[in-house]
Design a protein around this ligand. Structure first.
Ligand SMILES: C[S@@+](CC[C@H](N)C(=O)[O-])C[C@H]1O[C@@H](n2cnc3c(N)ncnc32)[C@H](O)[C@@H]1O
Length: 279
């Protein structure tokens, strides 16, 4: 496909800031950049009345990349490093699980990192529109035969023979009373020396620091072009849908499951990325 010249140039300008796709070929970058430009997240702009609870429906799937880039600090850096860590910890003939894989941004980076190696990547997501988008992105990938995408609830997946499990910004959407069981099942399905990479929006247990994190997160969103109205309407829509834990709650849950070696390898105000290693 040859995009029109002007669109091409415009798309390349956008591609330059999409630094989380460093190894993509030119055509893929143009296509992604065009999609990025066309599908801007305006979901919470301009609508009146109380917003519906947030869902990963077709409307969200369409603007998802724009939404993530403008509302998740360090998103590109985080998934790029997670793909690299995955490649470093992958054990031959084992499996990689990406729980809450969405439209495959992380999965595609893992494919790039695993080029030339034999591996199995299992992606799980309960949103059909997200899975459809992931499938479309896989069409041009030679490593697509190593990927199995399941449309289902991650709580129902039996994890087996895993060396890497990734849960990127997804545990926060699981009912709090189910989270222990999810992490325990990850621990049980990991091989010795295998790792869990868990990234979440968090809440600080200290009121002063919590206020600071909230203030800077709002600043980040304003800087990225969201209006005060969009920010407050999205916050309302996410209430009771995205329920963040404190860092301490995550650590204790990981310990209860059996993890002993763990760390926060990336932190930005109210966002934290954990690595936990199975003994
Ligand atoms: C913020 S997105 C995750 C982003 C993605 N991991 C990435 O790296 O770009 C959260 C995803 O979790 C999925 N999800 C929410 N609850 C789920 C569940 N119980 N089982 C499987 N997927 C779920 C949503 O459909 C959505 O695609």
């Amino acid at each position: 496909m040859n995009p029109p010249e002007s669109r091409d140039n415009q798309a390349w300008k956008t591609a330059a800031v999409l630094h989380f796709y460093p190894k993509w070929d030119k055509e893929s970058k143009i296509l992604i950049a065009m999609e990025y430009q066309m599908e801007k997240d305006r979901i919470f702009a301009g609508k009146k009345g109380k917003p519906e609870p947030f869902q990963f429906n077709r409307e969200v799937a369409r603007v998802f990349d724009d939404m993530l880039n403008r509302s998740v600090p360090l998103y590109g850096e985080s998934i790029r490093r997670q793909a690299e860590i995955t490649s470093a910890y992958y054990q031959e003939k084992s499996r990689i699980y990406d729980l809450g894989c969405s439209n495959g941004n992380l999965g595609l980076l893992i494919l790039d990192q695993m080029k030339g190696r034999e591996f199995s990547l299992i992606g799980v997501d309960s949103s059909f529109p997200m899975i459809e988008k992931y499938n479309r992105q896989l069409v041009h990938k030679t490593e697509a035969s190593s990927v199995c995408i399941i449309c289902g609830f991650l709580e129902d997946i039996r994890i087996k023979n895993a060396s890497v499990v990734l849960i990127n910004l997804t545990l926060q959407f699981i009912a709090p009373q189910k989270r222990d069981a999810v992490i325990a099942s990850v621990f049980n399905g990991l091989n010795s020396g295998g790792i869990l990479l868990l990234t979440e929006k968090t809440v600080h247990r200290d009121k002063v620091l919590s206020d600071l994190e909230i203030r800077f997160y709002k600043k980040f969103k304003l800087e990225n072009g969201y209006s005060e109205l969009e920010i407050s309407r999205k916050r309302e829509a996410l209430e009771k849908v995205l329920v963040p834990d404190t860092i301490e709650t995550h650590r204790k849950r990981l310990e209860r499951a059996g993890f002993k070696t763990m760390d926060v390898w990336l932190k930005w105000f109210n966002f934290a990325s954990f690595i936990a290693v199975k003994p």
